[in-house]
Design a protein around this ligand. Structure first.
Ligand SMILES: [Zn+2]
Ligand SMILES: [Zn+2]
Length: 172
C-alpha cells in the first residue's frame, strides 16, 4: 500500500460564471493524493499496475480543460476519472485552488477540497472491503440482484455494504 501525491499542478482555464473569467481565464492549482496497492508493481516493476503519475496528470488536465461554472464540477470530474482508472483505489484526496477569484475585493484564493475513503467493513462477515457508493457497487444497484431483494438486504444490514462473497451468497 502506498500513498502517492501530485502537488501544485498548475493550469490556466476559463472556468467561472463571470465574463472576465470565461474570456481571460484564471490560474488554478490542483493537488491529488491517492492510496493504492502497489505490492504487485513493486515486485514486477510494472509501471502499468503502479500509480502512474502521467495518468493522474492527464486525468486532472482533461477535467480542467472543459470550461465549467463551478469548481465543484471539476473536483467531481477528477474523482470520477481516478475511480474509473484505479479499480482498487482505497483513498483519494483532491484539492483545487482558484487564484484571485473575482469577488469584488482582494482575495488570494478560493479552495475546495474533498476526501474519500472507500475502505469499508462487510456488514455481514466484517471482512475489509471496498465500496465506492456509486453504481460500480451492487449496493447502489449494479444489476446484481432485483430491487426488492436489494432493499431487503440493505434493511437487514443497516444499510452497510456487503463483500462479494456475502453478496454471492444472497444473490445465488
Ligand atoms: Zn462478507
Ligand atoms: Zn457498496
Amino acid at each position: 500500500m502506498a500513498k502517492l501525491s501530485l502537488e501544485g499542478m498548475e493550469f490556466y482555464a476559463q472556468h467561472g460564471v463571470y465574463e472576465e473569467e470565461t474570456i481571460l481565464g484564471g490560474k488554478y492549482t490542483v493537488d491529488v493524493t491517492v492510496e493504492v496497492d502497489i505490492v504487485k508493481a513493486a515486485v514486477t516493476d510494472d509501471i502499468q499496475s503502479a500509480v502512474n503519475y502521467e495518468v493522474i496528470h492527464a486525468i486532472v488536465k482533461s477535467a480542467m480543460q472543459k470550461p465549467t461554472k463551478l469548481i465543484e464540477t471539476i473536483v467531481e470530474r477528477i474523482g470520477l476519472g481516478l475511480k474509473n482508472h484505479y479499480p482498487h483505489l482505497k483513498e483519494m484526496y483532491i484539492r483545487v485552488v482558484k487564484h484571485h477569484p473575482p469577488l469584488g475585493g482582494i482575495v488570494k484564493q478560493a479552495v475546495i477540497e474533498t476526501k474519500a475513503d472507500y475502505r469499508k467493513k462487510c456488514g455481514r462477515c466484517s471482512k475489509p472491503m471496498l465500496c465506492y457508493q456509486d453504481r460500480t457497487c451492487w449496493c447502489m444497484d449494479a444489476g446484481v440482484m432485483d430491487q426488492g431483494r436489494l432493499e431487503h438486504l440493505k434493511l437487514n444490514f443497516d444499510n452497510s455494504c456487503l463483500c462479494s462473497d456475502c453478496v454471492r451468497y444472497y444473490a445465488g
